[in-house]
Every structure is written in C-alpha cells, then in structure tokens.
Design a protein around this ligand. Structure first.
Ligand code: ATP
Length: 206
C-alpha cells in the first residue's frame, strides 16, 4: 500500500528545516511521497505577507531537491477556510488505496486540540511529528493527554527520531529584512526572493 505524507504549512518562506524534516519523514516512514501543501489563508495565523502564488512558487522550487517531493495547491485554490480535516478527506478520495500520514512539527502537535474537528482528524490519518527546538511532548496540554496515551502505543502517532534544525520562517524574514540573506534558505529560493523583491530586503543587500 502506498504511504503518502501530507505536509501543510504557511511556507513563508520554505526553509532548510522544512526540507530536513520532509526528508526524514520520508526515510523513517518509508513514504512514497511527501506532498507539500502551502496554505491559502490559514485561520490560526495572521495573514502571510507575500501572495500565495509566491509562496507556492518557492515551495515548487525547493521541492525539486528530492524525487519523493510533490506540491499541491489544494489548500490555496479552495474557497473559504481550508481546514486540514477537509484536506485529508480530499486526499483519501483521490488516493483511496493509500495510507495517509499528516506531517507536522512539535509546535503544531502541541496545538492540535485547537484545530477544526481535531478528534475526527486523528481518526482519519496517522500523524508524525518532528522535534522542534524549545518544544517537547512533555508540554502537551491536558486536552491532548488522553489521545496521546492511546495514539503513541498504537502507532497512530509517530515522533520522528531525526534531530531538529533550528530554522524558522519568522527568523528568516527578520534576517532577510536586516541583511538580505539567511543561511537557512536554499540558494534557489533566495534567488527567487531577490528576483521578486519579497520580504523587504534592503536595496543595498539585493
Ligand atoms: P513561522 O516561524 O512563521 O511560524 P515556521 O517556520 O513554523 O513559520 P510553517 O510553514 O508554519 O513554518 O511550518 C509548517 C510546519 O513545519 C509546521 O508543522 C511546523 O511545526 C513545521 N516546522 C517548521 N520549521 C520546523 C523546524 N525547524 N523543525 C521542525 N518542524 C518545523
């Protein structure tokens, strides 16, 4: 049975931390593909800065790094709020024979109980979470505890063994605004950012 990993995010911009965990998820879970799903207008985050088309283009460029990577604009073209719950159902319909994994970082896992229909979501797919600096499963809030106690031993939740990389999009946006570059960006993505004058890069740094 093919196993597909769904990797949603704002990707504002995509960075080496995303690519590192995507590769690690694919290796550890033996996924046939990791599908990057850039968000349209995520309801739990403030509106992203560059239009979705730019974030999508950067993800497409970065995804060329691994033949197992693919990109879907499913969460961008859908009208209205795009809930992960609905995205997973769409992929079940498209790939009825596939096992679906939801791929997330530890900070997202710790917020899972705030997601739309999360208790139904965790029945629709298996979840894999990557370690992220300054977060740990020990910080899981009370509403997640009962689910964690069941899901971990049952293998419905997998915690990635790979060591975390500290990259974050917030930090990269700050680095770009300050110095016009960031060590956590793939060079091809940095070139796209410069070409399209994204993220308020100071003119002297272009
Ligand atoms: P921001 O800093 O703007 O919050 P971000 O770096 O977290 O952005 P997102 O696009 O929001 O990037 O992340 C998409 C998913 O990838 C989330 O589940 C997040 O937890 C995970 N993620 C992002 N960066 C890392 C990282 N360095 N290590 C582990 N998981 C990560």
């Amino acid at each position: 049975m093919p196993s597909i990993g769904l990797f949603g995010g704002t990707f504002d911009p995509i960075h080496s931390g995303h690519l590192h965990i995507a590769r690690s998820f694919a290796d550890e879970l033996r996924l046939s593909s990791v599908i990057f799903l850039p968000a349209g207008a995520p309801y739990h985050k403030t509106p992203p800065h560059p239009p979705a088309a730019h974030r999508l283009a950067m993800v497409e460029i970065a995804a060329q790094a691994d033949p197992r990577f693919a990109v879907s604009d499913c969460d961008i073209v859908r009208q209205g709020a795009t809930y992960t719950h609905d995205t997973v159902q769409i992929f079940h319909q498209h790939f009825p024979a596939a096992e679906i994994w939801l791929l997330i970082g530890m900070d997202s896992l710790l917020q899972l109980h705030t997601w739309h229909r999360w208790q139904n979501l965790v029945r629709q797919c298996r979840i894999a979470a990557a370690h992220r600096l300054a977060t740990s499963l020990a910080q899981a809030p009370a509403p997640l505890q009962a689910w964690l106690a069941e899901a971990l031993p049952q293998g419905r939740l997998h915690i990635l063994q790979a060591a975390p990389l500290p990259a974050s999009s917030t930090q990269i946006r700050q680095q770009l605004a300050a110095s016009g570059t960031s060590p956590d960006l793939p060079p091809t993505v940095l070139a796209y950012i410069r070409q399209h004058h994204l993220y308020h890069i100071p003119p002297r740094a272009r």
